[in-house]
Design a binder for this molecule. Structure first.
Ligand SMILES: [Zn+2]
Length: 286
C-alpha cells in the first residue's frame, strides 16, 4: 500500500475517492515510464508510482517488485527496452506483501521462470494470494515461495549480494534490501526502503491482529537508522524524490541518487510521524 502520508492532500483525496486506499488496482499508479540505469548493474524498471529494480549479473538477473499483476507487462517492457530479457530473471524479491508490490508475483514467475524469495512473516500472504493481511482485504493469484528468507538472509547471484533486512510494521515481513554497487568506479551502499509508513487506519495500540506492531515499527526505525546508505531508493519513487532526481541524472554529473542526507532526513521524518501517531493512539486509549 501507498505512502499516503507523503502525498499532497488533493492527490490523497482523489485516490481515496478512486478506492485506492482499499487495495484495488489503481491504474494511475501503473503508467509506463522510461526505464533508467541508477548505477552500474542496478536499473529502475518500475512504473510512474511503483518502483521495481533490475539487478543484472553474469549469472542472470534479480527483479525486486513485480507490483500489480497489471504492472508485470509494463515492467517486462521496461526490462526489454533496456536490452535485457525477462527470461534472464532468476530471482524475484519484494518490498512487502501488499498488492501494489506483490500481486504480480505469480505472473512474473510464470513469464520468467524465476524463483520467488520472500521474508518469512510475509510468506503466508503471498502463498494465500494476499488474504489474511492484518489491515487490508486483498486478493491476487497465489503462488509458491521458493525460498523463505529471514532477517539478514543473503541472496547471491553472479557476484552480487543482496541482504534482506526485516523492517516490520507496515507488514509483518516488510523488507529493506541493501546491496553494494559500483558507480563511476566507486563502491556505494544502496538501500531500497521497504516502507516505514503507518498507513491511515493502522492501529498501533491494542491491535488484536498484530499485537507487536508498535514494537515492530521500533525495530524498523532502529534498522533503518543504522544502515549505511549512499544510494537512497525505496518501494515508491516518492520516498526518495525520484522524479526530481531523475531530472538531474546526466552523464558526467554527480549521481543525484547518491543522497545520504536525504535518506537520514526521510527516516527521521517518518519516525517522527510514527511516534506522533503512536502517542495520539495511546492518549486516546486512556
Ligand atoms: Zn504497502
Amino acid at each position: 500500500m501507498s505512502p499516503f502520508s507523503n502525498m499532497p492532500l488533493t492527490i490523497l483525496f482523489t485516490l481515496l475517492l478512486a478506492g485506492a486506499a482499499f487495495g484495488d488496482f489503481t491504474p494511475s499508479w501503473n503508467k509506463p515510464i522510461q526505464p533508467f540505469r541508477i548505477a552500474d548493474n542496478l536499473y529502475y524498471v518500475g512504473t510512474n508510482y511503483l518502483a521495481s529494480y533490475l539487478i543484472t549479473t553474469p549469472a542472470g538477473d534479480v527483479l525486486i517488485n513485480p507490483n500489480y499483476e497489471e504492472s508485470v507487462p509494463v515492467v517486462k517492457g521496461s526490462v526489454e527496452k533496456l536490452g535485457f530479457h525477462f527470461s534472464d530473471i532468476k530471482i524475484i524479491l519484494i518490498s512487502h506483501a501488499h498488492d501494489d508490490h506483490a500481486a504480480g508475483c505469480a505472473l512474473a514467475k510464470k513469464l520468467s521462470g524465476a524463483r520467488l524469495m520472500v521474508m518469512d512473516a510475509d510468506v503466508p500472504l503471498i502463498e494465500r494470494g494476499g488474504t489474511g493481511d492484518f489491515q487490508y482485504s486483498q486478493h491476487w493469484a497465489p503462488t509458491k515461495v521458493d525460498r523463505i528468507l529471514h532477517d539478514s538472509s543473503q541472496i547471491q547471484l553472479g557476484g552480487t549480494t543482496l541482504t534482506a533486512h526485516l523492517t516490520p510494521g507496515h507488514t509483518k515481513g516488510c523488507t529493506t534490501w541493501t546491496m553494494e554497487v559500483t558507480d563511476a568506479g566507486k563502491t556505494l551502499h544502496a538501500v531500497i526502503v521497504g516502507s516505514p509508513n503507518v498507513n491511515p487506519g493502522y492501529r498501533l495500540v491494542n491491535n488484536g491482529k498484530y499485537p507487536g506492531i508498535a514494537a515492530d515499527y521500533e525495530k524498523c526505525f532502529r534498522v533503518l537508522n543504522a544502515l549505511p546508505c549512499d544510494l537512497f531508493l525505496g518501494a515508491h519513487g516518492v520516498y526518495f524524490g525520484m522524479d526530481e532526481k531523475l531530472a538531474r541524472l546526466k552523464p558526467g554529473m554527480t549521481n543525484p541518487f547518491i543522497d545520504q542526507a536525504g535518506y537520514l532526513a526521510y527516516v527521521h521524518e517518518r519516525e517522527q510521524v510514527f511516534r506522533k501517531e503512536l502517542a495520539r493512539q495511546q492518549r486516546a486509549q486512556r
